[in-house]
Structure formats: structure tokens, C-alpha cells
Design a protein. Structure first.
Length: 288
């Protein structure tokens, strides 16, 4: 069996310390902030990002890793490993996956790029599945095949606290944003694979939370055809640690038999939804 490396990008939410502990490598996502490039978890942390995001005079644009950075990392990694499984963010949310697939063609099958259709906490769970499969003796092609076959067995619901950033990114019209703000609506968005979509609207945070919890129950029954014990359930948030802790406690109460964790949402998603958002996600557990 060859030695296999697992690489992802910073959208998966691994801290530098966590990635080192798990034995994975992470490609940092670049952001252009007033035309200056910053790299997630290198010189751009969560606190600094939100401080700049809330300043309307600062222009923030997401980007994708340069081909040179990706190729250099792959070449260096292959000096010590036989194969690479590369798990970038969803191809429906960025062109970085498609670019990586084209780049991998020059590596004679040694680099398997996974079009996993996931981001943030569900992308992290795919990395965990890959690591488990490596331990069980799967090769890179087998891991890619499994992760792509199960890509859509995941779901994320996100409650947005403000419509400002959806409007700024052109995802809703100024008129819809104004009306939603006037009515104090809390939109619930959904990511089930390829893109960020509108899902529901609530008049209160409490109702938005219930919509998300009910939706996870429905997905577990109707989409996964399973019970909560056989599903990974996790949570995410933007900026507000106190609200995150409260939300995590509510999810644990709703799903007492699940080992629920919470992470900050990927900055690539946070750019479009802003601070004080909360999310819940579910994926099928890999049993091997």
C-alpha cells in the first residue's frame, strides 16, 4: 500500500494546530482586501476579517489559490508520499476545484482531486472520511470515488442575521433587502451541494432555529433514510461566540445521542452572509 497524503483548503475550517494534529496539509484561501492579498489562517484571522468586513470603506473579494502555490505543494508532498487526495471547496461555489482537476492531469494519476460539492464543516467531515479510508488501506482513487458518490449526502442550513451582505454580493435585490430589514426577517439559506440558495424566512431567531432543526430531522429521514445516530451533526457560526455556544447547546439538546462539534464558518461563505449567522449541518457517517 502506498503512502497517501490528504490535502484540503482552508474552507474546511482546520486551524493550523488542528491540521498538524490530524496530519493533513491545508492550502490557504486568498482574499483581496483593498487590492492587497491576505491568506486565511496565515495573516487573516477571524477577528481581523470581521473587523474589516463591517467597514464599508474596505473592499473584500474572495479568490482562489494560485496554480503555482497548488502545484508547488503537490510536488513537495510527493517527495514523501506516493499519492495525494486533494479535497477543495465545492465546484459549485468556486472554480478552484475545476482548475485543480486540470492541473492534476500532469501528475500521472498520483493526485486525485475530489469534486466533493462541500464547504466548511461538511468539507471538514469529508476530510475526516478520507483519513479514515487511508487508515483502512484505501488508495487515492478509491477515496475519490467514495467521496464523490456520497457528495450530496450532506446538508447545511444557515440563518443570516443581516441582509446587508447578501445585498452587497448581488444575491438579493436592494428592494428585497430593504423590505426584509424593515420586517426584521431572518432568512434561512441552504447549501446542498453546488450552491448557496434561499430556503425559508423567519420573523425571529427562535423560529429560524426551529426551521433549521426541523429541516435536519426531515433530511435525516427523507434524504439519508436513516436515524440521527448514523449521521454526523455539526454546527457553525460567524463571529458571535456567545450565540454560537447557545446554539450548540440547543443542538445537543435536540440530538442528545450525537457528538456535535461547532466551528467558525468558512470566510469564503462569511463574506456573503456577514456576522452573527448560525448554521447546522448533517452528513452520513462513514462506516467503511
Amino acid at each position: 500500500m502506498g503512502k497517501i497524503a490528504v490535502i484540503t483548503d482552508s474552507n474546511a475550517g482546520f486551524s493550523v494546530e488542528e491540521a498538524k494534529e490530524k496530519g493533513i496539509m491545508v492550502v490557504p484561501m486568498p482574499f483581496y482586501i483593498n487590492e492587497k492579498v491576505y491568506y486565511e489562517n496565515i495573516d487573516l484571522d477571524q477577528k481581523g476579517f470581521y473587523k474589516m468586513l463591517e467597514d464599508d470603506s474596505i473592499d473584500i473579494k474572495t479568490s482562489m489559490p494560485t496554480t503555482g502555490d497548488v502545484i508547488d505543494l503537490w510536488k513537495k508532498t510527493l517527495e514523501s508520499y506516493d499519492e495525494i487526495v486533494y479535497i477543495p471547496m465545492s465546484s459549485g461555489l468556486s472554480s478552484s476545484c475545476e482548475t485543480a482537476m486540470m492541473l492534476s492531469e500532469d501528475f500521472d494519476g498520483k493526485v486525485q482531486v475530489v469534486n466533493n460539492q462541500r464547504i466548511s464543516i461538511t468539507q471538514k467531515l469529508s476530510v475526516y472520511d478520507a483519513l479514515t479510508m487511508v487508515e483502512k488501506g484505501a488508495n487515492a482513487a478509491e477515496i475519490k470515488k467514495y467521496l464523490e458518490e456520497t457528495a450530496f449526502e450532506s446538508t447545511i442550513y444557515i440563518m443570516v442575521d443581516t441582509l446587508k451582505y447578501l445585498k452587497k454580493g448581488g444575491r438579493i435585490t436592494p428592494a428585497a433587502a430593504a423590505l426584509g430589514t424593515l420586517l426584521k426577517l431572518k432568512p434561512v439559506l441552504q447549501i446542498q451541494g453546488e450552491k448557496l440558495d434561499a430556503f425559508s424566512k423567519a420573523r425571529t431567531v427562535k423560529l429560524a432555529k426551529q426551521i433549521m432543526l426541523d429541516s435536519i430531522h426531515t433530511d435525516i429521514t427523507n434524504r439519508f433514510g436513516d436515524d440521527p445516530a448514523n449521521v454526523n451533526i455539526c454546527a457553525a457560526y460567524t463571529e458571535d461566540d456567545e450565540a454560537a455556544a447557545e446554539w450548540l447547546a440547543e443542538i445537543k439538546e435536540e440530538f442528545p445521542n450525537n457528538d456535535v462539534f461547532i466551528d467558525p464558518l468558512s470566510l469564503s461563505v462569511s463574506c456573503h452572509i456577514g456576522p452573527s449567522a448560525i448554521a447546522i449541518a448533517a452528513t452520513r457517517i462513514f462506516h467503511g
